[in-house]
Design a protein around this ligand. Structure first.
Ligand code: SER
Length: 318
């Protein structure tokens, strides 16, 4: 029977992945952990865990006899740029601790990489699975090192490591914190609340994006994929759409006609965005484990506006 440890379970991905895994495998089969106590995940086991504490992580994994680790705890790109040393310690320290637990307890392992693992010398359009990776951000350095470390643990110790390079993830349950692609989430909140949004990313800046349901399906599919068919194993390019700020604004305007967008570009996040691809090629993921995304920008916007409206109304008690 599956017994899964999730780190960063209160984060943007973790909050929804934990719920989905509990539906699929049973609430007791998913041990949610995070550095803080939250309101979510009270229907099953929850433990406070700082992922830089190797001993604590090992003890929790042993206590629940987990056979799978989904390591999500990390700082995103903009925060990592503001606090590079903290990012190195948390992103790399947490990952190596989690991989060590996976090695010792013979667990299957998932961790996400990102489009942030690419840099200014990477081909920008239809970025291949295997290409130049010389990122210029601390987050990118962490992600490339993380991809290599996961490959290493697989080759050297036989750990069943798997992973994807996620694009910007758009969701309504838990907002992302400190990423470069966060504008594509904030825009929906502001469109509903104020009918206007000031983008910190410049017009014409294309980045890959994906709606959370597709991201969750990708994780579950990849973890269930037949290992003998996986050539790459870690860091599969996955994407669902690529757009610039004015395109998502135009899509929102179809539903909220008086929505207005203006720009006040943040040079730090713009520089990060400019160093990332416009659109990546997900052929390897499609061929090796059948990756497929259901949501394009139109379908996502329709669903996002409905769900977020419901959520914001429920919060305001109307
Ligand atoms: N969404 C992430 C970020 O912007 C990309 O991995 O940092």
């Amino acid at each position: 029977m599956k017994k899964i440890l999730v780190t960063g379970a209160l984060g943007q991905i973790g909050s929804e992945l934990t719920t989905q895994l509990r539906h699929k495998y049973g609430a007791d089969s998913v041990v949610a952990t995070d550095i803080r106590q939250g309101e979510n995940h009270q229907d099953g086991p929850f433990e406070i865990l700082d992922v830089t504490d190797a001993k604590a992580m090992h003890e929790i994994a042993k206590k629940y006899q987990v056979d799978t680790i989904m390591h999500l705890a990390a700082l995103l790109s903009a925060t990592a740029e503001a606090k590079p040393l903290l990012a190195w310690n948390l992103n790399m320290g947490g990952l190596v601790n989690a991989l060590e637990v996976a090695r010792e307890l013979k667990c299957q392992f998932f961790t996400p990489s990102s489009i942030g693992a690419f840099g200014p010398t990477t081909p920008k359009d239809n970025t291949p699975q295997e290409t130049i990776q010389r990122p210029v951000t601390m987050y990118g350095v962490n992600k490339v090192a993380g991809e290599l470390l996961c490959d290493y643990y697989s080759q050297k110790f036989g750990v069943d490591t798997r992973g994807v390079r996620f694009p910007g993830l758009i969701s309504y349950v838990t907002p992302p914190g400190g990423g470069t692609t966060d504008y594509a989430v904030e825009i929906y909140y502001e469109a509903i609340k104020n009918k206007r949004y000031t983008s910190y990313i410049e017009k014409g800046t294309y980045m890959d994006m994906m709606y959370m349901p597709d991201a969750l399906n990708a994780i579950i599919h990849l973890m269930e994929a037949d290992a003998s068919k996986l050539v790459h194993r870690n860091a599969f390019n996955v994407t669902a759409m690529s757009f610039a700020p004015e395109e998502i604004a135009a899509e929102i305007k179809k539903h909220i006609p008086d929505f207005e967008m203006s720009y006040n570009v943040d040079p730090i996040r713009q520089a990060i965005a400019d160093s990332w691809p416009n659109s990546i090629d997900a052929t390897a993921a499609q061929q090796e484990w059948g990756f497929k995304a259901e949501y394009d920008v139109a379908k996502m916007t329709e669903d996002m506006l409905v769900k977020l409206n419901e959520k914001l109304h429920a919060l305001s008690g109307n």
